[in-house]
Write a protein that binds this ligand. Structure first.
Ligand code: C2E
Ligand code: CA
Ligand code: CA
Length: 469
């Protein structure tokens, strides 16, 4: 063999081995989170897949955890991204230094993926999860400040809560969402109840898509009365849905899902048309309140459709109040201002619903064209036992008087609540004590009990129902 050939072969071997080295290095980098040095999301999913593939149906098990930091964003905002990155590094260090049998990865942002090894019982898994949360909860000494963050974890156990990477990941993410909502700083395991919630939501979303709007959606009315006389002054229209498969679904559940799937506007339009047609013969001095969702007031196009429906109905727009909640205003205050002005332009009123449950209710009163406040029923729950709640109601009533706003107290259920309110003064109230939500025709029967009190005495006789013919 010539000297030249030998040297060519060795050069080739060298470059193949260099290429192999480079490949390994690239592979390592592709699986590593450069900020923390932990395995990244890709490697986390590979590890999960590996463990699932290794399962022989025996006793071996593991659980998947997703840890999300609580209070990380303010640190990033106040001390800057460099401090935020350093903090993530310190969290990673703490997690990987725990002496528990754990695989730790950074999934992205302030989210970490965990694999809790071994066939642990549910309570062992939860106590390990809570231990990890408390480890993260110990303050971090940073350059010049102390960072107080927390950790919340959602956990799904293999194989009980899922047999594929996707299922385990989605279910631990759902448990995390539940934990974040009501048990921040702790670990929550995916449970059968969570599965039932998901099934329900899936069912609602599916049935909403195929719903026959005109047949399935209708309205019930709950009267608002004068606290001194009990005479109705107006009524709130409340959405109802009875579906052939699901039966009666609560508005809190279906409105939320209709918003998610983008069909809430269609429901609003159907309900507004039905309401305006049903109340067209009601006595002229009763107002009618109608609830709008965030999606309705978030779009000028949708509001224009609603104003057309009001105009086409012939119902006097001055007798209509549109109720909006604080959460519906959160997304875009400027846009909300414009769309509310369009409704005001019709001559209708705007009420801020569930007043007092949010953080900035008062600033909305200042910033938006609001005519009415509806004080949330949580104030009434506390009123009998808590003097402060009584004082708060009194103060809100005074505030309304000063700002020339109408005011309605919601959720009056008991005589004792009524007399406590009567002690403060005269006001408009709404609650089960006077009227539960009822169908349009029952509302007419109800109104017949007040023939003299309601001005104009325009209550039509109730027609016999079809069933009576
Ligand atoms: P909301 O607007 O605060 O409506 C009042 C809710 O409190 C109604 O529940 C009503 O039945 C209930 N309520 C009234 N008086 C009492 C009482 O004395 N005690 C108790 N415990 N509850 C009382 P409902 O009908 O289940 O409606 C729930 C929520 O669904 C409404 O809360 C509103 O946010 C939403 N909603 C209802 N209809 C519509 C609608 O047409 N469009 C939109 N976007 N949301 C609607
Ligand atoms: Ca309302
Ligand atoms: Ca309310």
């Amino acid at each position: 063999m010539s000297v030249e050939l030998i040297s060519n072969q060795s050069a080739l071997r060298k470059s193949v081995s260099e290429a192999n080295e480079l490949g390994k290095e690239n592979e390592k980098l592709a699986n590593l989170d450069s900020l923390t040095g932990l395995p990244n999301r890709r490697r986390f999913l590979t590890e999960l897949g590996q463990r699932i593939a290794d399962d022989t149906g025996g006793n071996e098990s593991f659980s998947v955890g997703i840890l999300d930091l609580d209070g990380f964003k303010p640190i990033n905002d106040i001390y800057g991204h460099i401090a935020g990155d350093r903090l993530l590094g310190k969290v990673a260090e703490r997690l990987s230094n725990s002496d528990r049998d754990l695989f730790v990865a950074r999934l992205g942002g302030d989210e970490f993926g965990l694999i809790l090894e071994g066939n642990l019982t549910d309570s062992e898994i939860l106590s390990l999860g809570n231990f990890i949360c408390s480890t993260v909860g110990v303050p971090f000494e940073m350059d010049g400040f102390t960072a107080n963050v927390g950790g919340t974890i959602g956990i799904a156990k293999f194989p009980d809560s899922g047999r594929t990477e996707k299922q385990l990941f989605e279910r631990s993410d759902y448990a995390l969402y539940v934990a974040k909502e009501c048990q921040k700083g702790t670990a929550v395991m995916f449970s059968e109840e969570h599965q039932a919630e998901i099934n329900e939501t899936t069912g609602i979303l599916r049935e909403l898509q195929g719903a026959n709007f005109d047949e399935e959606f209708y309205v019930e009315y709950q009267f608002v009365v004068d606290s001194a006389t009990g005479t109705p002054v107006g009524a709130e229209a409340l959405a109802r849905w009875t579906n052939p498969i699901l039966g009666k679904v609560s508005p809190t559940d279906f409105i939320k899902n209709a918003e998610k799937s983008g069909i809430v506007n269609k429901i609003t339009e159907t309900l507004l048309k039905k309401t305006l047609s049903e109340v067209s013969h009601w006595p002229e001095d009763l107002f009618v309140s109608f609830n709008l969702s965030a999606h309705d007031i978030g779009s000028s196009h949708n509001i224009r459709r609603l104003t057309e429906i009001v105009r086409d109905s012939g119902f006097p727009p001055e007798r209509l109040t549109f109720e909006i909640t604080e959460t519906s205003l959160l997304r875009d205050l400027n846009r909300a201002h414009d769309t509310l002005q369009m409704l005001k332009g019709l001559g209708s009123k705007i009420a801020l619903d569930d007043f007092g449950t949010g953080y900035s209710s008062l600033s909305y009163v200042q910033a938006l064209p609001i005519d009415k406040l509806k004080i949330d029923r949580s104030f009434l729950d506390k009123m009998e036992t808590c003097q402060t709640s009584q004082a708060v109601i009194k103060t809100i009533l005074e505030l309304c008087e000063n700002l020339k706003l109408d005011c309605i107290i919601e959720g009056v259920e008991k005589e004792s609540q009524l007399s406590a309110l009567q002690g403060i003064g005269s006001m408009h109230i709404q609650g089960y004590l006077f009227s539960k939500p009822m169908l349009g025709r029952d509302a007419l029967t109800y109104l017949q009990m007040f023939p003299n009190e309601i001005h104009e005495n325009h209550i039509p006789l109730v027609e016999p129902s079809v069933a009576n013919w």
